[in-house]
Design a protein around this ligand. Structure first.
Ligand code: SAH
Length: 394
């Protein structure tokens, strides 16, 4: 059995059960493990810390599978972890609410590097680490057995695979590839989801609760939905009785699907204006034309995936939030998000406060928002809490 010995004192985070071993913490590696192979991680006094998957390319040299010395990392191990993850979803996200659910949320489900989403009768699987990659066939078989479904589409095409030295891979892993977008249902709204080319695995499942919350706040409001993707917030605003929505995104494909989503739910065509534009420019254009709104949604992509980009990302968040504040009528609501791992909730609130100050508006936080419960945060892995949002009243 290959083993990884840590430098003295570098076991601290592992003793708190944080599942990452960085290359700088490693004293030496015994036994030339292959990428993805299970290794034993030991402290400098040769005490067992955990079993994990080795990765020679990544700065994350080992990701821990298990803290139990007596637990073998084999098909039975993956069966136990997958069973637990699937059972939790059944309890947390009732089927009446949606048939699109994140079944496995990587580290937070004790399965580092593995994402599995269910869209109606199709599973989408993403292997983001060497360990998940090594076990993908086993995991695929278990997923079919435990879910009773037949189709798994693989979306292992995320950029982070490069850090692991893994090639991009997408296509059917079990069963058939879908012939076009799949239809899902979320809180009585229907959406087309393109699992083969859409963002992430096709849909931003993490915003489910927040889309519903927006619906409850939208009545009679004129809404601006920035970074609208395929219209998740826009359609919920309409479902909640919004007067009109201006939906902005830079992706023509996303907007095209958004239009189809509007049709699918029988909303009047003219209630949404779809604008293909850069949000930074669009907000300035709206300001210059003296436009105003009763509710603005800002759901931008990750500006700071890691702490290295925090400063630039902070400026970008401040910029859009400042412009949004200026477009809001008195009594209006700003629903603003950050999904950047590098920007925590405290910093995000400070940025938004700075934006309000510079915009010359008084704002109140009326609610804090988070990712949906099928994207849980393991207490030993605080990084799992990546999505934070605020509802503000001006
Ligand atoms: N709110 C959406 C998810 C938004 S994801 C939902 O609930 O489904 C972020 C979106 O921002 C993506 O659709 C992406 O195409 C878009 N985007 C990224 N950079 C942009 C920019 N500078 N201007 C406009 N849209 C942008």
């Amino acid at each position: 059995m290959s083993a990884v010995y840590l430098k003295p004192g570098r076991e601290k985070s592992l003793l708190r059960r944080h599942p990452w071993v960085f290359s700088g913490a490693v004293e030496r590696v015994m036994g030339a493990p292959e990428d993805g192979q299970t290794v034993q991680v030991l402290d400098s006094a040769r005490r067992f810390l955990g079993w994990g998957a080795y990765s020679s390319h990544s700065q994350m040299r080992v990701r821990i599978w298990s803290w139990d010395q007596g637990e073998a990392i084999d098909a039975a191990f993956f069966r136990r972890r997958l069973e637990a993850a699937l059972a939790a979803r059944q309890a947390l996200v009732p089927e009446v609410q949606t048939n699109a659910v994140r079944l496995v949320h990587a580290e937070s489900d004790g399965l580092p590097g593995l994402i599995v989403d269910r869209y109606a009768d199709t599973l989408v699987m993403q292997c983001l680490s060497s360990g998940a990659e090594r076990w993908r066939e086993t995991i695929a078989d278990l997923l079919l057995e435990l879910s009773g479904l037949e189709n798994i589409y693989e979306r292992s095409d995320a950029d982070v695979r490069q850090l692991e030295g893994l090639p991009s891979r997408l296509g059917p892993l079990r069963g058939q590839a879908p012939e076009g977008p799949l239809q899902i249902c979320e809180n009585e709204l229907k959406f087309w989801v393109d699992i083969t080319q859409g963002h992430k695995t096709g849909f931003y499942l993490d915003q489910r609760q927040n889309r519903l919350r927006l619906r409850q706040l939208a009545r009679d409001r004129e809404v601006l939905d920035c970074f609208c993707y395929t219209g998740g917030f826009a359609l919920n605003a309409l479902a909640g009785g919004a007067r009109s929505v201006l939906a902005v995104d830079s992706s023509a494909e996303a907007l095209a699907l958004g239009r189809r989503n509007l049709e699918l739910n029988d909303f009047p065509y003219a209630q949404v204006e779809w604008l293909e534009a850069d949000v930074f420019q669009a907000l300035r254009g709206l300001r210059d034309r003296g436009r105003s709104f009763d509710l603005v949604v800002l759901d931008p992509p990750k500006f700071a995936p890691t702490t290295a980009q925090v400063e630039r990302a902070s400026r970008a968040y401040k910029d859009i939030n400042l412009l949004a504040f200026k477009l809001l009528r008195p009594g209006g609501l700003l629903v603003t998000f950050s999904c950047s791992g590098g920007v925590d909730a405290g910093l995000f609130q400070k940025i938004v406060a700075g934006a309000a100050l510079d915009a010359g508006v008084d704002g109140q936080i009326v609610e804090h928002l988070h990712q949906a419960p099928d994207h849980p945060v393991a207490l030993n892995f605080p990084e799992g809490a990546y999505l934070k949002g605020l509802i503000l009243r001006v």
